[in-house]
Design a protein around this ligand. Structure first.
Ligand code: SP5
Ligand code: ZN
Length: 343
């Protein structure tokens, strides 16, 4: 199994985030990727090779050019405004405000291109997020070249990012970019299964009106957990996309049995859809020790999740999403992948 990761992804190195009404230590930190990389490299089946640069075009198949340009320009705009530290939005268009005009002012732009105040933006974010998206594209390309499975160690993560907004520590939607690339290279149908503690709101939104990409997500119930405003079971897709979106919200405190049952239900839908490729948005923030999450899976539960995902029996790309128990992160991911490879 090929592993894709570029050290440029470490350049996004935020110090603080806003949580509980305070600036607290950021949890989505470069160390996350280092821990996962080191643990995966210890698996004998894993190989890491230098990766290709696919450029901005495949990113622009998912994200608006103006949004990409804004992220690329942010560092210069922030410096020009004489500001230091990390950028946070504080004003958003309310329900009946206008979104058809992009403000000139940086604070207006930050609100226009985001949905939360929990995601620090730095002058290095664009480069790291671009490199993260490239890892996803390399992983997709490996499947197109015949690999049965590949692992894109994406970080910053992607599943909360929509076509023209960031949030939830996510800037470019790596899984969506990979799925779109697979379609553009000739795949007829792609499934994206989001197995992260949080709902993959960005990915859902990007494909909500489409029949060519099926989206499924298991996650904490948005009534009680971030991102709060999307991820309910009655969101089925619209237009051509109706019947191709599946949400499995679960209560806080969920343990392995219930999470595995929900994953099993998702796998049955994937099986009926019969995709050419499966993209798994994988976050291990369902771990009991995760500092921002409230599911109760243990280290010992991880391999069975990997083994269960293998039963999809479709060429599979793993795209890394969340997981913030940094010291346990590498071994949690590696043992899950070990379970997948053994399945
Ligand atoms: C990719 C991903 O997993 N993104 C998650 C984004 C969650 N952001 C909200 C974090 C709020 C943390 N508040 C924790 C309060 C503990 N006292
Ligand atoms: Zn998450």
């Amino acid at each position: 199994m090929q592993l894709f990761f570029s050290p440029t992804q470490l350049d996004h190195d935020p110090k603080k985030e806003i949580s509980d009404g305070k600036l607290v230590d950021a949890v989505e930190v470069p160390k996350r990727a280092e821990m996962i990389f080191d643990a995966l490299m210890k698996l004998p089946q894993i190989e890491h090779k230098p990766q290709q640069d696919f450029g901005r075009d495949p990113i622009a198949q998912v994200h608006d050019r103006a949004y990409i340009d804004f992220l690329a320009a942010f560092g210069a705009l922030w410096a020009e405004a004489g500001r230091s530290g990390e950028g946070f939005p504080f004003v958003w268009p309310g329900r009946d405000f206008r979104t058809d005009r992009v403000p000139n002012h940086l604070d207006g732009k930050l609100g226009h291109y985001s949905f939360d105040a929990g995601t620090p933006l730095t002058d290095k974010t664009f480069g790291a997020a671009y490199a993260s998206a490239q890892s996803a594209l390399n992983g997709a390309s490996a499947l197109l070249h015949g690999d049965q499975a590949s692992f894109a160690l994406c970080r910053p993560p992607g599943h909360h990012a929509g076509k023209d907004y960031y949030g939830g520590y996510c800037f470019f939607n790596n899984a969506a970019i990979a799925a779109q690339y697979l379609r553009d290279q000739g795949a007829q149908r792609v499934s994206i299964f989001d197995v992260d503690y949080h709902h993959g709101n960005g990915t859902q939104s990007i494909f909500y009106d489409r029949a060519d990409v099926q989206f499924l997500s298991v996650h904490a119930d948005p009534m009680d957990e971030y991102p709060y405003f999307l991820g309910h079971a009655d969101e089925k897709g619209v237009g051509q996309g109706h019947g191709h979106n599946f949400n499995y919200p679960l209560p806080l405190g969920t343990t392995a049995d219930a999470l595995m049952a929900a994953i099993g239900a998702g796998l049955a839908e994937i099986n009926s859809y019969a995709p050419d490729y499966l993209v798994i948005s994988l976050g291990v923030d369902f771990f009991e020790g995760d500092p921002i999450s409230q599911f109760k899976l243990t280290y010992a539960d991880m391999p069975a999740i990997g083994t269960l995902l293998k039963t999809a029996n479709v060429p599979t790309l793993f795209v890394m999403e969340g997981g913030y128990a940094v010291d346990d992160l590498g071994r949690n991911v590696a043992t899950l992948i070990d379970g997948f490879l053994a399945g």
